[in-house]
Design a protein around this ligand. Structure first.
Ligand SMILES: *Cc1c(COP(=O)(O)O)cnc(C)c1O
Length: 235
């Protein structure tokens, strides 16, 4: 099942790239493996997947310990400040920086490890009350402040689009995130690049690619539906 799912997702990515005149190499597929057992991640690994996304620190570090170390782990869920220390040297990219206080904690921990941490700024483009992320109008001031953090490299923006029946409904959301990133890039701020746009999930990654996504986060489309009753039982 995993092999067929991956083939289908890969095909869809290729088609979306073709439709929008983009090269396949511009888009990274992140296999979102939250709640899924290590055995399933290993199967995906054997099929060539090297980039996994997790939304919980504990789950990421548990899986990190037992899986091969050429895997890139992406933290895509809300990050609590007291947990930064556990993933600072394990996550290749933190997609979900959504407050200055969190950025300050990451800066402090990164300095301790004498390392530079790559992050994305999460933007609540759709302004959904249930979601984390900065409001679009808060972005400029935030970027100016975070640019001064020597151990943080801002690589781009991330958004979680609303759950909608028709993915076309999210096209304006994705276009808006892209516009925000183009505007920030135009300011040429030291320490800030806008090379990554993390947007699009199982329901809408093709539309997201057409609107410029460079990372798509696909869970259900690869691993099947999640059973939250099993959560915490990741082995
Ligand atoms: C779970 C999750 C995904 C993947 O969702 P699917 O609809 O299963 O593809 C993507 N991004 C984030 C932030 C998530 O938490």
């Amino acid at each position: 099942m995993l092999r067929e799912n991956l083939e289908l997702v890969e095909n869809n990515i290729l088609e979306a790239c073709r439709r929008s005149g983009r090269d396949r190499s511009e888009v990274t597929l992140i296999a979102v493996s939250k709640t899924k057992p290590v055995s399933m991640l290993r199967e995906a690994y054997d099929l060539g997947i090297r980039t996994f996304g997790e939304n919980k620190v504990q789950e990421l570090t548990d899986k990190y310990e037992v899986l091969p170390h050429d895997i890139e782990w992406h933290l895509i869920g809300h990050l609590q400040r007291n947990k930064v220390k556990y993933i600072i040297d394990k996550a290749a990219l933190i997609h979900s920086v959504d407050s200055l206080r969190l950025a300050e904690t990451i800066e402090k921990e990164a300095a301790k490890h004498q390392m530079t941490v790559d992050i994305l700024i999460e933007v609540n483009v759709a302004k959904e009350e249930s979601k984390f992320g900065l409001m679009p109008e808060e972005l400029d001031a935030f970027v100016d402040k975070i640019a001064d953090f020597p151990h943080i490299r801002v690589k781009g923006l991330m958004t979680i689009a609303p759950f909608v029946a028709d993915p076309e409904e999210n096209r304006p959301i994705f276009a808006h995130l892209r516009k925000l990133s183009v505007d920030i890039a135009a300011k040429n701020i030291d320490n800030i690049t806008m090379s990554i746009l993390s947007m699009g999930m199982t329901n809408d990654y093709q539309v997201a690619i057409e609107e410029g996504a460079t990372m798509v986060r696909v869970g259900t489309g690869i691993f099947g539906a999640r059973d939250y009753a099993q959560q915490g039982n990741v082995r």
